[in-house]
Design a protein around this ligand. Structure first.
Ligand code: ADP
Ligand code: ADP
Ligand code: ZN
Length: 220
């Protein structure tokens, strides 16, 4: 059976993770979120985690070498498809991934990039109200609140604010995003493999639109 690969792309806080999670629940595809992979390494106190933590706290991208090492491990899973959340984020990572795809993908396998567009103003608002749980579940105090204040609906864990969701760090992350985004969207556009989504709609509506677009492309 052909493999499907969906690459979520968009500014920090655009809802990539939320949508990637919803899509993974509806399909058999495995989600690979580089942010989650790093947070797991940091929590486990590994060398890669310690190094990544310094960059993440400062709102910088983690060096490409560490990123691809982690991604490659996840790509070994047996599955009908992958959903990428937060990777690739720059030209170097994109080229590395394309070279890897050349080795592992077959003719009928499908790769699409899904761009979630959200304005900087909305991003700042969203990230200041983002809360997360160690289990990976993400909330928003207004748009996607937990049932009980500060407690995860799924595992009962205590919610926290991400270190990099501070206003000064957010501005820096947006700047990095805008410096890389044109190259990425131009590339996928040229391949005829860019799906654009208006990310400033309710979470459920965006999910439905994604499902519709993937269905039109006969991917689901
Ligand atoms: P990303 O993975 O792109 O950084 P998240 O999925 O973590 O983004 O979403 C960022 C924040 O915005 C979270 O608090 C999330 O609950 C909230 N959120 C996600 N999608 C929407 C949406 N469509 N409308 C409003 N808030 C949203
Ligand atoms: P967001 O989409 O909200 O920026 P993520 O959870 O995807 O959040 O990423 C958190 C941080 O982890 C990023 O700000 C960056 O420092 C690091 N990171 C995640 N993905 C990558 C990547 N592909 N390359 C380099 N750094 C990354
Ligand atoms: Zn939880």
């Amino acid at each position: 059976m052909p493999k499907t690969i969906i690459i979520f792309f968009g500014p920090p806080g655009s809802g990539k993770g939320t949508q990637a999670q919803m899509l993974a629940q509806k399909t058999e595809w495995k989600k690979i979120s580089t942010g989650d992979l790093f947070r797991a390494e940091i929590a486990a106190g590994t060398e890669a985690g310690k190094l990544a933590d310094k960059y993440i706290k400062a709102g910088k991208l983690v060096p490409d070498k560490i990123v691809f090492g982690l991604v490659e491990k996840s790509l070994k899973q047996k599955t009908a498809g992958f959903i990428f959340d937060g990777f690739p984020r720059n030209k170097k990572q994109l080229n590395e991934l394309l070279a890897f795809f050349k080795k592992i993908l077959k003719k009928n396998d499908q790769v699409y990039a899904l761009e979630v567009a959200v304005s900087d103003e909305e991003i700042k608002q969203r990230l200041s109200q983002r809360r997360m749980c160690a289990c990976g579940k993400v909330y928003h105090l207004v748009y996607n609140p937990p049932i009980n204040k500060d407690i995860c609906d799924i595992c009962g864990g205590r919610l926290f604010i991400r270190n990099d969701d501070k206003p000064k760090v957010i501005t820096h992350r947006l700047k990095i995003y805008h410096s890389q985004s044109k190259f990425m969207t131009d590339y996928w556009q040229k391949q005829g493999r860019l799906i654009k989504i208006d990310g400033e709609q309710p979470i459920k509506k965006i999910h439905e639109e994604i499902m519709e677009k993937l269905s039109e492309l006969k991917l689901i």
